[in-house]
Design a protein around this ligand. Structure first.
Ligand code: ADP
Length: 312
């Protein structure tokens, strides 16, 4: 309840701060009545778009359930002790933080820094998890939803490194789409961190679609296996990923790949170049310029699972 939350938030301080995002600050807290550790996103209502984002998150997450979605436990709207409006979203806590922290440990504060890097198999499993959740959102849940903000900081990792997609602040129920409000949200969100992940058609007023999510998923795969952010010169920056192409992949793959994969837990003689070429090729096909040429999520899952079965 809100009362429990207020008690729990009483103790908020920089020591239980776990991150801050576009619309709010995330704290780790204990809900005493449920004896459960939770992540509380306290919204910064001063931020333009924060209220819309709060409502989008509640609307999108209220009826959906999937093992690779972070669970929104409750949403809270109340008045704090100083009489200010207080809105918060309470999620289950993900002890392994975000995928972003694992991919770019050098940018993470020491106390939050993972103690090792992700292996090739772990990265493959995470990409299958994320593709499964997209497939669920796009075709299996009662009303199709486009996430619209898929990126490594929105992929959280459970204690066994199961991926859970979070942050539905820009998500759209596709049947109730309202283009103007989406564009407002996108600009008020300040696309910082999302440039590079958003599909090219979004930059020119395109409507949110399942194909847009597939593009972001492709970028996520490329980032996961190269270790490079999409704004890195390898990808040519904003919205273009074409400085390495499908045909150049087989020869260049070991230069392009995240070096930490090459040193992590592979058996002697593992055909790493072959495996990485296939995975990166899936990523590139998700990033096709034309939305309808992109791989369907069901195809991406099938291909990633078959790569996993073939090499592990
Ligand atoms: P953004 O707006 O940047 O996507 P969020 O506000 O959703 O980010 O979250 C900020 C950061 O807080 C995340 O990158 C993640 O590290 C952390 N975080 C968010 N939710 C949780 C959670 N449920 N469990 C653990 N950490 C979380």
């Amino acid at each position: 309840s809100c009362g429990d939350l207020r008690n729990a938030t009483d103790g908020f301080s920089s020591s239980n701060l776990i991150g801050s995002g576009s619309f709010g600050t995330v704290f780790k807290a204990l809900l005493p009545t449920a004896n459960k550790v939770v992540a509380v996103k306290v919204l910064n209502l001063q931020r333009r778009g924060a209220m819309k984002s709060f409502l989008a998150e509640c609307e999108s997450l209220k009826d959906i359930r999937h093992r690779n979605l972070v669970k929104l436990l409750t949403a809270c709207s109340s008045i704090d002790f100083q009489g200010n409006q207080f809105r918060a979203l309470i999620y289950e806590f993900m002890p392994n933080g975000s995928l972003d922290m694992w991919l770019h440990p050098e940018e993470v504060e020491e106390i939050h820094r993972p103690s090792r890097t992700l292996t090739l198999l772990e990265r493959l499993n995470i990409s299958i998890d994320v593709a499964s959740v997209l497939d669920y959102l796009h075709v299996r849940c009662h009303e199709p939803i486009a996430h619209c903000d898929l990126k490594p900081s929105n992929v959280l990792l459970d204690d066994d490194l199961t991926a859970r997609v979070s942050d539905f602040g820009l998500a759209r129920l596709l049947l109730k789409f309202d283009q103007e409000s989406f564009l407002n949200q996108l600009s008020s969100a300040g696309v910082r961190g999302t440039i590079g992940y958003a599909a090219p058609e979004y930059g020119v007023g395109g409507q949110p679609s399942i194909h847009g999510d597939v593009y972001s998923f492709g970028v996520l795969i490329l980032e996961m296996f190269t270790g490079k952010r999409p704004t890195n010169e390898l990808f040519g920056g904003n919205f273009t990923l074409h400085s390495f192409t499908k045909s150049a992949l087989p020869e260049r793959v070991l230069d392009i790949a995240d070096k930490s994969i090459l040193h992590s837990g592979l058996r002697v003689g593992f055909p790493i170049a072959e495996c990485l070429t296939l995975v990166l090729d899936v990523g590139l096909r998700c990033c096709e310029e034309s939305p309808t040429n992109r791989l369907a999520t069901s195809e991406a899952i099938k291909e990633l699972i078959s790569i996993k079965e073939r090499f592990f």
